[in-house]
Design a protein around this ligand. Structure first.
Ligand code: UGA
Length: 443
């Protein structure tokens, strides 16, 4: 099938490259000329595991190309996926780019006789596709739904795992407003052997938000209970998790074997969720509900608990007997295997410490460049060799659970001066850290 993907951001690029790898002919449209040039030479402008190899393959196979020329792409397509950004603006999603693109598609359709299915892939609040987008396209094209197709196909990609998530999804949600679009989307994913759910666009939009809000809720609820556990004292919340997760409803026994689903990892206490999705999505759903006169108590609480979690790390440092102000900070990205620092709890803790005159030397395998753009402070320095910095700093904070920081345990075993270790991700095994003072969430 011939497809245009509008927006070469994280969602658009991963979707376009993966669809091309399954034999579809994909043109990716972006207004940024420099990014278009990079993509055509096989170089992605974002870091994502396996993306570069796959992009090079589909560019070489002439199944994927990028352009700034939207009209030319639309002329050569049966279906268009809109994957432009919907950033957060005062707790709402900013639909500026969505409106602009819908406007351009409408104008194209006014002059064209072809049937084009327009499918929203960006995360938009329920009823955006079947009202706002539809209205703009109808008014700009002077046509009616049916002359063009409309649908909504949310993504469930996790950063760092996005290619695998796209290629091997748990399910594909196909929201549609007309049967031609339903059939085209069905054909698009013909090669994907997983459950497909056919719903209307607003249900598809709601599935995406409900999914992320529930995951965020699990994190905040467990963080609240783990804060309570450590305040009561002598409770390790990881033991509590063992107790909860052995309930058959979380971990069913299949063929005499107990299965621990990955959802249980969302119980782990820590400095709170971040990234470009959970905070933005819960805020947007709260704002939507409030604008409709609802009391969004749960969404409010999820966000309030999350906002408080970075302070927990600060209090641990300030309540320790150590008077030192020198910190080695390990991990800046919002989670491992990404250079994304948006809403990262590490950056929030870093800023709290800088506002209290701590001197910080920070490390991250790939997120330093983004951090330098975001946080400028003469008391913040960076290192590529974190192991050699341990001896120079009295406080070591693990902000992101990069695998390599597990080596800290053995290095600390050799270290003679007493350190304060703040583990914001429950990465280390506390029983292996004998001499130093180890402090973490939920213990
Ligand atoms: C999330 C969802 O998991 C995806 O299904 C969804 O497609 C995506 O948002 C999106 O809306 O685009 P992502 O933000 O990449 O994906 O990352 P997650 O791995 O879910 O992590 C989100 C946050 O939760 C991170 O801050 C992470 O540290 C935190 N988290 C994650 C935990 O605190 N504990 C965990 O066990 C897992």
């Amino acid at each position: 099938m011939k497809i245009t993907v509008i927006g070469a951001g994280y969602v658009g690029l991963v979707s376009g490259v993966c669809l091309a790898s399954k034999g579809h002919q994909v043109i990716c449209v972006d207004v940024r000329k420099e990014i278009v040039n990079c993509l055509n030479s096989g170089t992605p402008h974002i870091f994502e595991n396996h993306l570069e190899n796959l992009l090079q393959t589909v560019v070489n196979d002439k199944l994927f190309s990028a352009t700034t020329d939207l009209n030319r792409a639309l002329e050569n397509s049966d279906l268009v996926l809109i994957a432009v950004g919907t950033p957060s603006l005062n707790g709402k999603i900013d639909l500026g780019q969505m409106k602009m693109v819908s406007n351009q598609i409408g104008k194209f359709l006014r002059k064209s006789d072809k049937f084009l299915a327009i499918v929203v892939k960006s995360t938009v609040v329920p009823s955006t596709t079947d009202s706002l987008i539809k209205d703009i396209i109808e008014s700009e094209s002077e046509k009616k739904l049916g002359d063009f197709g409309l649908g909504m196909n949310p993504e469930f990609l996790r950063e760092g795992n996005a290619i695998d998530d796209f290629m091997n999804p748990d399910r594909i949600v196909i929201g549609f407003e007309d049967f031609r679009t339903k059939n085209l989307l069905n054909q698009l994913y013909d090669n994907w052997n997983c459950q497909k759910l056919f719903v209307n666009s607003r249900t598809a939009e709601m599935i995406k938000y409900a999914n992320n809000t529930l995951l965020a809720c699990l994190i905040s609820m467990n963080n609240e209970l783990s804060n309570l556990s450590s305040t009561v004292g002598d409770i390790d919340y990881l033991d509590v998790i063992d107790g909860i997760s052995s309930d058959n409803r979380w971990s069913p026994t299949i063929n005499n074997e107990k299965i621990y689903p990955s959802i249980i990892s969302y119980f782990t206490p820590g400095a709170g969720f971040g990234g470009s999705c959970f905070p933005k999505d819960v805020q947007a759903i709260r704002t939507l509900g409030e604008s409709l006169g609802l009391n969004m108590n749960m969404s409010n609480s999820i966000l309030n608990v999350n906002d408080n979690q970075p302070d927990v790390a600060l209090r641990k440092i300030e309540n320790s007997p150590l008077a030192s102000k020198s910190v080695l900070f390990l991990g800046l990205s919002f989670k491992p295997n990404t250079d994304d620092i948006r809403e990262s709890s590490s950056i929030k803790i870093l800023n709290l410490l800088l506002s209290r005159d701590y001197n910080i030397i920070a490390h991250d395998p790939i997120a330093v460049k983004n951090t330098k753009k975001e946080v400028q402070n003469t008391r913040l320095k960076f290192t590529v060799d974190w192991k050699s910095e341990i001896k120079n700093n009295d406080i070591v904070i693990i902000g992101t659970n990069w695998e390599e920081y597990k080596k800290l345990t053995s290095i600390l075993g050799e270290e003679k001066s007493k350190k304060l270790i703040i583990d914001c991700k429950r990465l280390l095994d506390s029983s292996e850290i004998k001499y130093h003072h180890y402090s973490t969430y939920g213990k």
